[in-house]
Design a protein around this ligand. Structure first.
Ligand SMILES: O=P(O)(O)OC[C@H]1O[C@](O)(COP(=O)(O)O)[C@@H](O)[C@@H]1O
Ligand SMILES: [Mg+2]
Ligand SMILES: [Mg+2]
Length: 349
């Protein structure tokens, strides 16, 4: 009988990879794991408990908050506050960053950016949702950490991960030394190593994009979708289309089976929809660590300048050969959408 390795055991074991580690990051990952279990408990009985439906409030993105958005946000912030390793939390559900001003956190050096509940539109219909997190080390020394400490580019991340609340609940994360996945075993209440050293296939046969916005996409994206749909045995096309409406679920599938997930600019979202700091950057770090690729169609996501907490970005991410093909189509058919448009000038062809 193969011994299970719990997340806690794995984290401690991997601490040896970081000679100067004092266990702070380990404890921070532990705290995130604890909050994920609490949120998982509520999600699993969402239909029974008064936890589905609208919270009646709106976040800074102008989106109506779901009760589970608010609940998950509270649980992760509480776990990070009581854990003592986090000095600032940036959350999709909070307009401003939260400075953790407690005795236990006075020497904390980590900043956590979080999307507490990803795929909110799927909560009430029992489709897979997730949590996404990104961890940075503060740059400033002494005193209160500042906005500068928060607005770091994706390349500065020291860890990132997601939790998927699906047919099983998993936590997948990287600390820059590969990607590992852990499945929650409800009978022992522990995340157990189930997907060691995850590698995304260089090629995949599944594309994932909300084709409902097709007419609003740049020409290059339209051409790539057509490319995916053309009959060609040599390249196993047409590819299959899969889109759940939860970035975490669509990317988890791509990580395991190969594939590409895209959320380009549209007329409605001229800078893209998904948020750079707590959606695009952490998922890009994970996918790159698993051997894949992530860009906004022109530039590496992790290299994009972070200037605002809730900044948006276009994204195409997944199997390297598929992302490069899509980039090729954009460069060819939507060149003028290159850099200039991402500075806000939009001309949809
Ligand atoms: O409904 P759309 O426009 O396709 O958007 C779906 C996308 O929006 C998101 O739901 C945004 O995330 P949140 O649910 O955290 O706001 C992604 O998970 C998903 O990929
Ligand atoms: Mg999200
Ligand atoms: Mg969310």
């Amino acid at each position: 009988m193969k011994a299970v390795k719990t997340l806690g055991q794995f984290i401690i074991e991997k601490q040896a990879d970081f000679p100067y580690a004092k266990g702070e990051l380990s404890r921070l990952l532990r705290d995130i794991g604890i909050a994920a279990k609490i949120v998982n408990r509520e999600i699993n009985k969402a239909g029974l408990a008064d936890i589905i439906g609208e919270a009646g409030t709106t976040n800074i993105q102008g989106e109506g908050q779901k009760k589970l958005d608010v609940y998950a946000n509270e649980q992760f912030i509480a776990a990070l506050q009581s854990g003592g390793e986090c000095c600032i939390v940036v959350s999709e559900e909070n307009d401003e960053y939260i400075y953790i001003d407690s005795e236990i956190s006075k020497n904390a050096k980590y900043i956590v950016a979080i999307d507490p509940l990803d795929g909110s539109s799927n909560i009430d219909v029992n489709v897979g949702v997730g949590t996404i997190f990104s961890i940075f080390r503060r740059k400033s020394v002494g005193g209160k950490a500042t906005l500068e400490d928060v607005l770091q580019n994706g390349t500065e991340q020291i860890a990132a991960g997601y939790v998927i609340y699906g047919s099983s609940t998993m936590m997948v994360y990287t600390t820059g030394k590969g990607v590992n996945g852990f499945t929650l075993d409800p009978s022992i209440g522990e995340f157990c190593l189930s997907y060691p050293n995850m590698q995304i296939p260089a090629d995949g046969y599944i594309y994932s994009i909300n084709e409902g916005y097709y007419t609003h996409f740049p020409d290059g994206i339209k051409k790539y979708i057509k490319y995916c749909q053309v009959e060609d045995d040599k390249t196993r096309r047409p590819y299959t289309s899969r889109y759940t409406g939860s970035m975490v679920a669509d990317l988890h599938r791509s990580l395991i089976k190969g594939g590409i997930f895209m959320y380009p600019i549209t007329a409605q979202a001229p800078n893209g929809k998904l948020r750079l700091v707590y959606e695009c950057n952490p998922m890009a770090f994970i996918v790159e660590q698993a051997g894949g690729k992530a860009s906004n169609g022109y530039e590496r996501i992790l290299k994009l300048d972070v200037t605002e907490l809730h900044q948006r970005s276009a994204i195409m991410i997944g199997s390297t050969n598929m992302v490069e093909k899509a980039e090729e189509m954009l460069a060819c058919f939507s060149p003028q959408v290159t850099k200039r448009n991402f500075d806000g000038v939009v001309t949809i062809q």
